[in-house]
Design a binder for this molecule. Sequence first.
Ligand code: MN
Ligand code: MN
Length: 458
Amino acid sequence: MVRENAWKSYTKKDLDKLEKLSAEYIDFLTRCKTERECAEEIVKRAEENGYKNLLDCIKAKKPLKAGDKVYAINMKKSVVLFHIGKKPLEEGMNILGAHIDSPRLDVKQNPLYEAEDMAYFDTHYYGGIKKYQYVTIPLAIHGVVVRPDGTEVTINIGEDKDDPIFMVSDLLIHLAQDQLKKNAAVVVEGENLDIIVGGQPLKGKEKDAVKENVLKLIKDKYGFNEEDFMSAELEVVPAGAARELGFDRSMVASYGQDDRVCAYTSLVSMLDTKAPQHTACCLLVDKEEIGSVGATGMQSKFFENMVAEIINLSGEYSDIRLRRTLANSKMLSSDVNAGFDPLYAEAFEKKNASYLGRGVVFSKFTGSRGKSGSNDANAEYLGYLRKILEDNKVKYQMAELGKVDVGGGGTIAYILSLYGMEVIDCGVAVLSMHSPWEITSKADIYEAKKCYDAFLDN
Ligand code: MN
Ligand code: MN
């Protein structure tokens, strides 16, 4: 069943709203390239919209009532927002969940070395990347360095037009006969993704003079030493601003759209929600790209703990109230889908692929092979959602991620489903997913926002 192209249905009013949302989204992508930067921005936007820090409410033993808005931040890398609804919490929440980490190169803990009068940072990639995509493109360094005394330096180099950039080199075509015979998975090796950070020796130094010069510049400008890399989190990401794509400017090209396209639209929808019936919740987490692990990933107890705190401030806390609240909740696990790419049509099954411009994508299941690792949403829940989408004139499509047995993937959906709540994968179609510059359609961004609005208001 072919779904209609959303662009065909738009009025002038729709297009104005679509362009406004896209422009704000492009600005968000340009400024927020790491989970820390996203979390900071999310908290800022939440506070501007009347959200209070849940920790402060806990300290003050401030009871929560319908209409109250609170947020909690976890280790500066994941955030949860709650907008308390009119109905009791035990009747369940409407939850939007997305992730704010993206594939990249992480700087190692002992990164700096010199080779033949060039200085390098050694890196270790994070998440699934085609390694050959990271060579010969402008790169920026974002992150923090924490000194033993607890003071912190925030790093952002390569984004300002006057900043230098960094780069991974590649072998010139003239000498690449042997390299080009290699399998694409190893044509650029993981250990060869080291970024060039300097090429000028420090005057008066003999040994490792280029490295010494880089250290001197870092010390002078940022105030930290070589040892301080041991307690640093530096992420190497594609440099430069997000852009419009195409003569018609109908698409967005940017690093990190998996999954910031869903995170941003979920956030804006959450901030726009007025007086919800069910408590609205927006969960923006880290570490999805490496299996939702660790204290800031979806598998951590952070979310459950924060729901427990909310219940505690909304009346009498009990374990059974917590369990009922979670089990009766409904969730959209908002993550990107593989948009159909005509140049690689053989990887998709056309009837069950998602298409750029045809609206927000629902995936009943994800996983690989025989749906291994999937959350398989219930038909009853799909029926419930279709009613909401139709009533609110949201353009949507149903898709699997690629052909059967070609590959697969997962999201945070299966983790929330363990509480017994209804969960489905839902998001925006992306071309060139996990590449340095991913592509989305503005129409799908607009429809995702409409979908999340309708979901939270139900
Ligand atoms: Mn994702
Ligand atoms: Mn991903």
